[in-house]
Design a protein around this ligand. Structure first.
Ligand code: URA
Ligand code: SF4
Length: 212
């Protein structure tokens, strides 16, 4: 199946999914959208009010800030892919629960496999936990780490910048690192493709164990 077909399949399944209780309050599932071959994937938390109505990620105030951040590094939405750890809106915008994130994780994994981005940006702590474990976003924001052949960068959630102006500048500074990290991931990819096939592993005869 092509990456476009896998992404369509995920969207169709999420639209009618009942794997967790978030389905009860959903108007529309928000599977995510963007370039199916994007070199960079952004993973937020979960749909809010506006996203639930429209079925599209980051269309409210946090989304406006995200658009501004993308524009600051010359990226458009159509260059990137944007999704969330849970595809349905948590009631009253509460944090998604671990069980809900776990129930929805298969959709995210299939999206990552289909898009195969060189760079993953986690927005906020819920998507960060998938790649960085239990670290604190205040400690590791803006730092890149290799995970499964990709480069992952943890960032504050854009909504955090709306509530706290000092964080807005921190997020802007972190975003400026993205172009360099995309280049680095492209180099890593080119190098791994240029590498000759490793020589076949020679079968050594089993060593006789010496008892004395
Ligand atoms: N916040 C998120 O984490 N995701 C959205 O899609 C919108 C707001
Ligand atoms: Fe299914 Fe994910 Fe929606 Fe839960 S949040 S109902 S697992 S699509």
């Amino acid at each position: 199946m092509s990456s476009v077909d896998i992404l369509k399949e995920v969207a169709a399944e999420a639209a009618v999914c009942t794997k967790c209780d978030l389905c009860k309050g959903r108007t529309k599932a928000v599977p995510g959208e963007g370039n199916p071959q994007a070199s960079i994937l952004f993973i937020g938390e979960g749909p809010g009010f506006n996203e639930d109505r429209q079925g599209r990620p980051f269309v409210g105030p946090a989304g406006q800030f995200l658009d501004e951040l993308l524009a600051s590094i010359n990226l458009k939405r159509s260059d990137v892919f944007i999704t969330n750890v849970v595809k349905c809106r948590p009631p009253n915008n509460r944090d998604p629960e671990p069980g809900e994130i776990a129930a929805c994780n298969d959709y995210l994994d299939r999206q990552i496999a289909a898009i195969n981005p060189g760079v993953i940006v986690t927005l906020g702590r819920h998507s960060m936990a998938k790649f960085f474990g239990s670290e604190k976003v205040s400690m590791i924001h803006g730092r890149a780490r290799r995970v499964d052949g990709r480069i992952c960068i943890a960032m504050y959630h854009p909504a955090a910048g709306l509530h706290q102006t000092s964080l807005k500048d921190t997020i802007r500074v972190d975003f400026k690192k993205i172009p360099m990290i995309i280049e680095q991931a492209a180099r890593m990819d080119a190098e791994s493709k240029a590498k000759p096939e490793p020589p076949p592993v020679k079968e050594e005869p089993p060593q006789q164990m010496s008892l004395f």
